[in-house]
Structures are given as C-alpha cells and as structure tokens.
Design a protein around this ligand. Sequence first.
Ligand SMILES: C[S@@+](CC[C@H](N)C(=O)[O-])C[C@H]1O[C@@H](n2cnc3c(N)ncnc32)[C@H](O)[C@@H]1O
Length: 208
Amino acid sequence: MTSEQLFSYFPQLSDTQKEQFERLPQLYELWNNQINVISRKDIDQLFERHVLHSLGIAKVMPFLPGEKVLDVGTGGGFPGIPLAIMFPETDFFLVDSIGKKIKVVQEVASALGLENLRAAHSRAEQVNEKFNFVVSRAVTRLKEFHPWIKNKYTKQSKNTLPNGLLYLKGGDLSEEIAESGLKVKQYYLKDFFKEEFFDTKQVIYVKG
Ligand SMILES: C[S@@+](CC[C@H](N)C(=O)[O-])C[C@H]1O[C@@H](n2cnc3c(N)ncnc32)[C@H](O)[C@@H]1O
C-alpha cells in the first residue's frame, strides 16, 4: 500500500499529518534494526497492516480535542502512534510492560514532534489515571484483558459512544466474546477498507 492509498481513506489530513505518516516506514526501519518491534515481513506492509489497521479505530471513534486515550500493550506504538497523528488535539498515553519497546515509541514520537503523546514502561494494571477511551491490539483475550482496564474510565462521556474500550481483533470472536461475559458491539473494518487483510478484522467496543 502506498501513502496515497492510505490517505485516500482519510481525505481531511493536513500536510503535517501526511508528512508524519510518510516518515513512519523510514523511522521503523531505523529502530527495528536495533530493537525488533515489528516482524521483518510486516515492515514492508507497514501502511496496510499497522498504520491503516490502527486507524480502523478512527473510523469507529472520532476522538475529540481534550479527550484522553490509553493504549495498552502498545508494543512499537500500535494503535497509539497512528491515532496520535490522526487526532493531534487528543491526549494519548501508551504503555507496555517491555521497556525497550517504549524506547522505540518515544524515539518515533519525538522524531515526529508528537506533543500529544506520552509513553511509559508500565503494566496496564499499574496505570493510575482515568481515560475516556482505552485502545489496544493483539494483547490478550478479552476475559483476561478487561479486568485490567475496567476501572480506568472518567465518568463524563462527550463522544458518540460512552467512554469505553476499543479493541482491534480478528477472526471468529464468538467464543472469546462469550467467555468474557461482556456485552460488546462489533464494527467490521471491511465496511471501511477494501483490502483483503481487513476481511475478518473488527473493532470491539465495550462500554466502560
Ligand atoms: C503482540 S504485542 C502487540 C503490540 C502492539 N499492540 C501491536 O499490535 O503491534 C503485545 C504487547 O502487549 C504487551 N503486554 C502484555 N501484557 C501487558 C500488560 N499487562 N500491560 C502492558 N503491556 C502488556 C507485551 O509486552 C507486548 O509488547
């Protein structure tokens, strides 16, 4: 996927945002050589598999200026970094339990001049702040994940959905949703993006 194909899904992007997205492959190339945060074959598909996938959350939830978002288990910065580029007036806090991954996030964010992003080496359970939304991808099953973050929401909701979790998931989720005992709303990314990669990908919303 080229940057132009990526941008075609988001016609409102400013020149600054486009430039930030365009710098990502080079920055990850550089950092991935030192600290492996993305598999080698995925680096070639960074725009589709990491950037656009992360931005699936943007299609479901237009974060507002001043809202606070926590990315749990961000790894090299997904979905947090693409979302922080997309919503420059929303505050993002990215955490991961592996410190060297957070180093990559901090380096990439600082190279891009992302002032709305903080990152910390921390387990989700140890974060002592409240947020409007929690986002995540590929960390663990909902049943295990949900207890970590269920008390981390601010009371007042301002957005199109009440404060809650937006979790990127793929495949058949019926068993995982049933075992969690949670009431979820499923958004299918194939409704937004035409690439085959998104055929089974979803954003799962759980009210906070
Ligand atoms: C498979 S990686 C996914 C990384 C990133 N979200 C992505 O999609 O590219 C899962 C990450 O979750 C982190 N992780 C697992 N349990 C965690 C916890 N309790 N708190 C914070 N991070 C956690 C791991 O260190 C790892 O970096």
